[in-house]
Design a binder for this molecule. Structure first.
Ligand SMILES: Cc1cc2nc3c(=O)[nH]c(=O)nc-3n(C[C@H](O)[C@H](O)[C@H](O)COP(=O)(O)O)c2cc1C
Length: 160
């Protein structure tokens, strides 16, 4: 799978214990009508039981400039440390929406299926937002692609 390039998102959620979040690249657009996505979260992550209990999450799509955010949310550190100094706002579900990204979807969980040591959450998209035009953060070959590199990315011409 290292030969499969992906974008990177931070999945955030919230319950009475507070905000949680983790870096993911196992994120799939399942159907457009109705809008539905799937995420695969390891059972051992702090974020997973919160998504299960609350039944809500947001997927925040990261820009290349947000690599430090991806690195921070991939660490096994207490959730409050992940959010320290980070600008967020709230949408429909109450899950933290991280400012400065490419966009986000807010979701309500329809089903949670155990798959080995991961939980597959199939969810309805109930809200969305777009950020500014920026290069995406890309994960490839077990590392982040360098957007400025020789084989770096360039943005397609902007749409009207
Ligand atoms: C680029 C990248 C993608 C990742 N994708 C996933 C994923 O899709 N599912 C998952 O369970 N963990 C994934 N991880 C690992 C989690 O981010 C990591 O286990 C995190 O510490 C979990 O945080 P938590 O325990 O505070 O919830 C990924 C890590 C990186 C760096």
């Amino acid at each position: 799978m290292g030969r499969w390039p992906t974008g990177v998102a931070v999945v955030t959620s919230r319950d009475a214990s507070g905000d949680v979040g983790m870096t993911v690249n196992a994120l799939l657009s399942v159907t457009l009508d109705p809008p539905r996505v799937l995420i695969s979260l390891t059972e051992g992550a702090d974020t997973t039981p919160v998504v299960r209990r609350s039944g809500i999450f947001a997927a925040n799509f990261l820009s290349a400039a947000q690599r430090p955010v991806s690195e921070r949310f991939a660490k096994a550190i207490p959730p409050p440390e992940k959010f320290a100094g980070l600008a967020v706002h709230r949408g429909l579900t109450g899950a933290p929406l991280i400012d400065g990204g490419l966009g986000y979807v807010e979701c309500r969980v329809r089903s949670a299926t155990l798959a080995g040591d991961h939980v597959l959450f199939l969810a309805d998209v109930v809200g969305l937002g777009l950020g500014g035009d920026a290069l995406p953060l890309v994960f490839y070959h077990s590392t982040y692609a360098d957007p400025q590199g020789e084989h770096g990315l360039s943005l397609p011409p902007s749409h009207p």
